[in-house]
Design a binder for this molecule. Structure first.
Ligand code: IPM
Ligand code: MN
Length: 371
């Protein structure tokens, strides 16, 4: 089959990790007889530098017409340290999410056996953890009314949610739970926030359509604690935009490196796939950043296109790279491989699964394993 894939490398380490995800997709295309047409677009700080606009119209059109979007990272310290900046890179991503209505952000978190000692958390606490976070992505305080008083002394961010916005993601979370361990935990702050009370009421109603799923409720402060105290209790976590942003970074500690967490942002017409780590400007251009989150995002992209076997091939390649220790320095400081070497190994494993243990030797002596 032929697919149009919009690629937005973005800022910081975005381009170098996205390159590795493309390598993996090209290997999949070869092995499984598909055609992936990659077309690149600008977004973020790099787009501001070139066009003055964090999301140029051309990129938006490219994304709208695509079968899927592969995105790298966004952000640049020159904007982070300037609160007066009128245009910010992140506005590009937020506008893309909003315009394409990518309302459902899916973030899987699991403890890989091979990396169990990489996490600062005790191994008996995290072993066996397998969670997926369903974060609402186009509503809440991120997109509410924003105000700053004339004298600059008072600021305001409004948070609103509608039943419609809550229902549509809740259905997706319950459907996901049906294929998993049949539990949804709604994370909110219903003891304080009106929006959270609407979430509870609405999600409780939606749950009636899924009688085989257990629904639990947790306040977000307690959830933040439970997530590292006893992460195995969670299956699907359903939550609003800001809480999901925060707890998904927290949950990444379970996996041993934020460099492993992939995500999908799904709408009714379009879908975008990106690693959850940021632009990591300190590592930009150094060929040291972990490409696995981007590569796993490519696997989620294939899954979304219905290419299950292909997605599985990427996942197995990632497991193998962890098993053999072909990983970047965030995972193993003492024996670190470069970003591109990890990408080469993944592509090689997809193309040449039985022989990859042999080719692994070539990686050690610095040869490419790509034929
Ligand atoms: C994320 C990021 C974004 C967010 C930023 C870059 C706007 O942190 O995807 O989690 O806050 O949603
Ligand atoms: Mn975030």
């Amino acid at each position: 089959m032929k697919y149009n894939i919009a690629v937005i490398p973005g800022d910081g380490i975005g381009p170098e990790v996205t390159e590795q995800a493309k390598k993996a997709l090209k290997a999949v295309a070869n092995e499984y007889d598909h055609i992936f047409l990659f077309k690149e677009g600008l977004m973020g700080a790099s787009a501001i530098d070139k066009t003055g606009n964090p999301l140029p119209e051309k990129t938006l059109m490219l994304c709208k017409k695509s079968d899927a979007i592969l995105f790298g990272a966004i952000g640049d310290p020159k904007y982070d340290n300037d609160p007066t900046a009128k245009v910010r890179p992140e506005q590009g991503l937020l506008k893309l999410r909003k315009t394409l209505e990518l309302f459902c952000n899916v973030r899987p978190v699991k403890a890989y056996n091979k990396l169990i000692t990489n996490s600062p958390l005790k191994k008996e606490v995290i072993k066996g953890t397998n969670i997926v976070i369903y974060r609402e992505l186009t509503g809440g305080i991120y997109f509410g009314i924003k105000e700053l008083s004339k004298d600059g002394k008072v600021a305001f961010d409004g948070c609103s949610y509608s039943v419609y916005e809550i229902e549509r993601i809740a259905h997706l979370a319950f459907k996901e739970a049906q294929n998993r361990r049949k539990k949804v935990t709604l994370v909110d702050k219903a003891n304080v926030l009106e929006t959270s009370r609407l979430w509870r009421k609405t999600v409780t109603e939606v749950a009636k359509n899924y009688p085989n799923i257990t629904l639990e409720y947790l306040f977000v402060d307690n959830a933040a604690m439970q997530l590292i105290l006893n992460p195995k209790q969670f299956d699907v976590i359903l939550t609003e935009n800001l809480f999901g942003d925060i707890i998904s970074d927290e949950a990444s500690v379970i996996g041993g490196s934020i460099g492993l967490l992939a995500s999908a942002s799904i709408g009714n017409k379009n879908a975008l796939f990106e690693p959850i780590h940021g632009s990591f400007p300190q590592a930009k251009g150094k060929n040291t950043a972990n490409p696995l989150a981007s590569i796993l995002s490519a696997a989620m992209l294939l899954e979304h296109l219905g290419l299950h076997e292909e997605a599985n091939a990427i996942e197995r390649a990632v497991e193998k790279s962890l098993e053999l220790g072909i990983t970047t320095k965030d995972i193993n400081k003492n024996k670190a491989f470069s970003t591109s070497k990890v990408g080469d190994f993944i592509a090689d494993f997809i193309a040449n699964q039985e022989d990859s243990n042999l080719n692994f030797k070539n990686i050690h002596i610095g040869q490419s394993t790509i034929i």
